[in-house]
Design a protein around this ligand. Structure first.
Ligand SMILES: Cc1cc2nc3c(=O)[nH]c(=O)nc-3n(C[C@H](O)[C@H](O)[C@H](O)COP(=O)(O)OP(=O)(O)OC[C@H]3O[C@@H](n4cnc5c(N)ncnc54)[C@H](O)[C@@H]3O)c2cc1C
Length: 441
């Protein structure tokens, strides 16, 4: 019934109704919640989006934007509403020496391939590049170079947004800044990002990557703090992963270079590097940026990529990170993360994190602590979600925040608490730009 409201529109893209054609939009990477929409528009143009939003406003139909559906708990789903699938709006319009103008539905992988043709790269890439530009700009987008440049939403020059009233608007830090700040990391509450202008920098030719393993979380965190301070690595991350005799605490760091090769001895100075155990490898930049591709292919082949993913991403203040990590590691088993599960842990200085809706703890440095869990069944997934909620409660007590891409029930009150002083400006902007309240509250 709802879907038929859109019948008769002259669209450049295609409108889909009926379960067979819309089922994919009721699923996401999390595979835990499923809200079946009444219709999916595979948008073929910006005009399509304005047209369907007018109809949605007339009939009070809820709307959500979808990039690649890689959030984990229904963030890009809407029950009985309209999903705006941006996947076909993926054109790179212009590449200049220091910026690119690109449609929001493009994946970061496709965008990087294009910018590299010009010897350029976005400053920050997420670990996996199959997400869309609009999807990560609606969330944050943290990666191994975030300690230098902040998250992806800190690296945006301007956006074109079709707001809930159907109007196409351009916004930037100086033009309609209220909209700009309500859209970046705003999870699509005010409108749909259709185009972005992003800064580019010269791409390095190669990457020298160091992996060093430590016996304890305390040692890894200490090394990461030292490396953050001495700035020797362009890329700085870390992982906690299962080893043959217990958990391994891995420093994953890299320098980017083009002409002069880095000196390996200087690179591993004072980090407790053990040549018999640790590794140094040299990779092409694109090879490094797409380093997860082989893992994804493998996980697809064994069915783990398609299994439920109750991921949780938290930010801890530096002073509480050791306590938090010790707490979650005490008694943690591989089963708690699933067969291919692991925990990401790495620091970012707060000074580079300036996106208003990207909520971080206080203090000079924050740590991302993210459990990338895979569940063998829906029942196990639900238990893992409960565990996520317990971790989050502990993080909150320690002054932490969450990165809302993961699998964690979140009530309106939780959102209000999470958004803090940014709640009112966000909802003022929502009232202005999405007066029909079509997009998620
Ligand atoms: C394997 C994997 C690795 C990941 N690695 C990282 C990582 O390293 N760093 C990191 O930060 N994140 C990472 N993520 C999380 C991912 O970046 C976010 O979940 C991101 O939001 C997903 O992008 P998407 O295109 O799939 O968005 P979707 O899941 O489709 O949408 C996410 C949210 O954004 C909204 N939205 C989507 N497109 C638009 C638009 N054009 N306009 C307005 N709102 C929109 C949706 O309504 C929804 O609220 C990873 C996820 C996976 C599955």
């Amino acid at each position: 019934m709802t879907g038929s409201r859109f019948a008769g529109l002259d669209l450049d893209g295609t409108l889909h109704t009926g379960l067979a054609e819309t089922a994919y939009a009721a699923a996401d990477f999390g595979g835990i919640v499923s809200h079946v929409p009444a219709a999916v528009l595979r948008a073929g143009s910006v005009e399509d989006i304005s047209a369907v939003l007018s109809v949605a406003a007339e009939h009070g139909i809820p709307v959500v934007a979808r990039g690649r559906g890689h959030t984990s708990y229904g963030q890009a789903q809407v029950r009985d509403g309209l999903v705006l699938d941006l996947g076909d709006l993926a054109t790179v319009h212009r590449i200049e020496k220091d910026h690119v103008v690109v449609d929001a539905g493009i994946t970061w992988d496709a965008l990087l391939a294009k910018t590299l043709e010009h010897g350029l790269t976005p400053r920050v890439l997420t670990d996996y590049l199959g997400t869309s530009v609009g999807g990560t700009l609606s969330a944050g987008g943290i990666g191994g170079t975030s300690h230098r440049y902040g998250v992806q939403t800190d690296n945006v020059l301007s956006l074109d947004v079709v707001t809930g009233d159907g109007v196409l608007r351009t916004c930037s830090p100086t033009e309609s800044p209220d909209l700009f700040h309500a859209v970046l990391a705003g999870f699509g509450r005010c409108g749909v990002i259709v185009r972005a202008t992003l800064p580019l920098i010269p791409a390095p030719g190669r990457v020298r990557r160091v992996k060093a393993y430590y016996p304890t979380a305390a040692e890894l965190l200490t090394r990461q703090r030292e490396l953050l301070a001495d700035g020797r690595f362009d890329f700085l991350q870390g992982e906690i992963l299962p080893g043959p005799e217990g958990w391994l605490y891995l420093l994953d760091a890299a320098v980017y270079y083009t002409a002069a090769e880095p000196d390996d001895r200087t690179l591993v100075e004072r980090i407790g590097y053990d040549a018999g155990r640790d590794t140094i490898e040299d990779l092409g930049y694109r090879e490094f940026a797409t380093r997860l591709d082989d893992t994804v292919t493998y996980l697809e082949s064994i069915g783990d990529w398609q299994a439920p993913h109750p991921w949780v991403d938290l930010f801890l203040p530096d002073r509480a990170t050791d306590t938090f990590v010790d707490g979650i590691m005490s008694g943690l088993t591989q089963a708690d993360l699933g067969a291919s599960g692991l925990i990401l842990v790495y620091p970012v200085p707060s000074a580079v994190l300036n996106t208003r809706l990207f909520r971080i703890p206080g203090g000079d440095t924050i740590f991302l602590v993210a459990a990338l869990r895979t569940a063998g069944s829906l029942e196990i997934a639900r238990e893992m979600v409960e565990s996520n909620a317990r971790w989050y409660a502990t993080a909150l007590d320690l002054g932490g925040t969450r990165y809302p891409i993961g699998a964690l029930p979140f009530t309106g009150a939780d959102w209000r608490n999470h958004l803090g002083e940014t709640y009112q400006p966000l909802f003022d902007a929502k009232a202005r730009y999405d007066p029909g309240n079509l997009f998620p509250a």
